[in-house]
Write a protein that binds this ligand. Structure first.
Ligand SMILES: C[S@@+](CC[C@H](N)C(=O)[O-])C[C@H]1O[C@@H](n2cnc3c(N)ncnc32)[C@H](O)[C@@H]1O
Length: 280
């Protein structure tokens, strides 16, 4: 088979515009080699040598499935259990109790948490372990953690729920002891934790689809807003606002901010962590 051609600047621009339309992911001019490298895998898989032909291929409705493989190739899925421990501690010690108090006052029997852009599942399973740990608080409530992502490949990993020790480096020992079974050199999440988690596909720029995720009490969308431009961030945060119940919380990554994006949420300060409250 012939070698894959170099990605020209012109084709790079067309490819990145197409990717932006489909996923909201914004690749600056400096990311030409990144995209060339990631997408070359797809060309090889399809026995193609030209990025221009690849673009024509993927745009045909009959090849729509290739779009999902493209998402698998270009997304960055780095994550870990208990990522950003101060914020997860604030979730466990402050946010969850505050939310549960309000929903008990309202007579609400369900608690719904959404980990949007959950990658391989470490985030939703961390939340589910905390829910199990706080069963005293959650008595009488039906709790579900929804985990969603745009990469089908990573969703399959999340559903398998088997992990290497490195991704568990921030996880308190008590969680590792209680909620995992060792399998050779890896660790499998217990079914009792998995049963609280519902993993599915969701593209954050499919704004009409936010209807599927109404009545959320807490939304985490961490370490993905950085990949979007201002317009996309504003639309996504608006979608979250509409998906959240009153007195619900939004948690974003520690290097991310809602500055310039949204003024409706009220910032809440905890020990070395922040969250955003939907007060009304
Ligand atoms: C760096 S990971 C963050 C995972 C986790 N939230 C955390 O903080 O550890 C970013 C995830 O966002 C997902 N992603 C990127 N664009 C997306 C989109 N348009 N819709 C949904 N998920 C997206 C990627 O597939 C990737 O798994």
């Amino acid at each position: 088979m012939d070698a894959v051609e170099k990605l020209s600047r012109e084709d790079f621009k067309e490819l990145r515009d197409y990717i932006y339309d489909q996923s909201g992911l914004h690749f600056s001019d400096a990311k030409l080699y990144f995209l060339e490298n990631r997408i070359s895998r797809r060309l090889k898989a399809l026995n193609q040598t030209s990025y221009r032909d690849y673009l024509a291929h993927i745009k045909k409705p009959i090849h729509k499935r290739e779009l999902f493989s493209l998402f698998d190739a270009i997304t960055t899925n780095e994550t870990s259990f208990y990522r950003n421990p101060p914020q997860i501690d604030a979730f466990a010690k402050n946010i969850l109790p505050a939310v549960v108090k309000k929903l008990k006052e309202r007579g609400q029997r369900t608690l719904r948490i959404w980990s949007a852009a959950c990658s391989s599942g470490e985030e939703p399973y961390t939340l589910a372990m905390i829910l199990k740990d706080r069963q005293d608080l959650l008595q009488g409530l039906n709790a579900t953690v929804y985990g969603t992502d745009i990469s089908n490949e990573i969703i399959e990993q999340a559903k398998t729920a088997v992990y290497k020790p490195y991704t568990m480096r921030h996880l308190p020992n008590k969680f590792q002891d209680r909620y995992f079974t060792k399998q050779d050199k890896e660790f499998k999440v217990h079914d009792s934790v998995k049963s609280l988690v519902n993993i599915s596909y969701f593209n954050l720029v499919d704004y009409a689809a936010y209807r599927r995720f109404r009545n959320m009490d807490i939304i985490l969308c961490r370490n993905v807003l950085i990949y979007f431009d201002l317009k996309v961030k504003r639309n996504i945060i608006k979608g979250f606002w509409e998906s959240l119940n009153k007195d619900g919380y939004l948690l974003i990554g520690h290097s991310e901010s809602l500055h310039n994006i949204n003024r409706d949420f009220k910032m809440q300060h905890y020990s070395r962590a922040l969250a955003y409250l939907k007060e009304s």
